[in-house]
Design a protein around this ligand. Sequence first.
Ligand code: HEC
Length: 100
Amino acid sequence: MKTVTLLAASILVAIGTATRAEEAGGGAQALLQKSCDTCHAQLFGGKSDGAYTRSNRRVTSKQVLMDQIKLWNSSANAKWGDAEMETVAHYLNEQYYKLP
Ligand code: HEC
């Protein structure tokens, strides 16, 4: 009985974690779509992820990634707070940069 309860509990934890990860990705995508993607697509060959995938991309560390996000947050007047910037940084790193 105890094992069954533990199993059920760990399944619930796993489901919860997956949902949160998806929400983070979805949230980041929505944020980028709203404030960043249009300009990136215009400037990087119609691809909204062109800035992150070009061969001479600027981001070479998590620090630079965060600096770029802060810079663009104010340039694009996106008005993101720290939590939003963290969400976007996490998403961009997972999706494109894969920095340690
Ligand atoms: C007005 C156009 C414009 C908007 C709006 C814009 N960007 Fe950019 N973004 C650029 C350009 C141009 C570059 C490349 C600049 C360079 O080479 O230094 C860039 C580069 C970047 C990079 C670095 C990519 C790399 O690895 O080289 C990141 C990260 C980034 N933008 C994030 C954002 C985020 C987040 C937003 C929204 C809050 C945003 N940008 C909004 C034009 C824009």
